[in-house]
Design a protein around this ligand. Sequence first.
Ligand code: URA
Length: 256
Amino acid sequence: MPQVYHLNLSEREIAGAQIALLPGDPARVEKIATTEPIKHGRFVASHREFCTWLGFIGETPIVITSTGIGGPSTAIAVEELAQLGVRIFMRVGTTGAIQPHITVGDVVITTGAVRLDGASTHYAPIEYPAVADYNLVWALVEAAQTLKIPYHVGITCSSATFYPGQERSDSFSRYIIKDLQGTKDEWQRLGVLNYEMEAATLFTMCSALGLRAGCVCGVVDTLTQEQITPESLQRAEQNAIQVAVKATGIFLEKQL
Ligand code: URA
């Protein structure tokens, strides 16, 4: 049975899973795999930034694989999981909010992403939209409402870089090239909710390849709190995981 190279995984090891939950951080994989209603979570493989566990909701296998940070490694994870039979991909990430009404610990459910990621242009021309699967968005909203976790639904900006692309003031040189100066203000004016680094790659490639994708991110920093603290990370991560796992259960139960 063929083994995909970067994930170091075979079809047999993921037990025919067609649904994947995708955190960026390898350390988040086990947390997801051991969150109800996922049961029987167990480690499967680890290679580079790609750590994989397998769990079950009822009889349905769910694979949980970390993508690492950014579009290029996300594209590798999605490509190789698709080669193993996965068809539905849900990102479980963290994010920085750029609208004043969003606070740390809230979750953002992305409907579409601004394609500043770079990698997505290798799957479709830049005019092609980066949009989520409607039913996955619906399941995520239903999950957040049920859990009473504050949520926001809308457009995310996926940046290829964490520092200049998001106009962060805490970079090494503090310099932002002219093309990027003022972009945060502009995205804010255009109603973009948040910055992260993977959704545009995930959505574009999934639509282009006939796969389905969704994305929920916990807010770790905001306009008034640029520093990410252990507490903000923990709250945001916990809320995003709860919503993603609950949404997966809803998705299966309602056969979306
Ligand atoms: N991830 C990002 O890309 N930006 C943030 O501000 C936080 C998480």
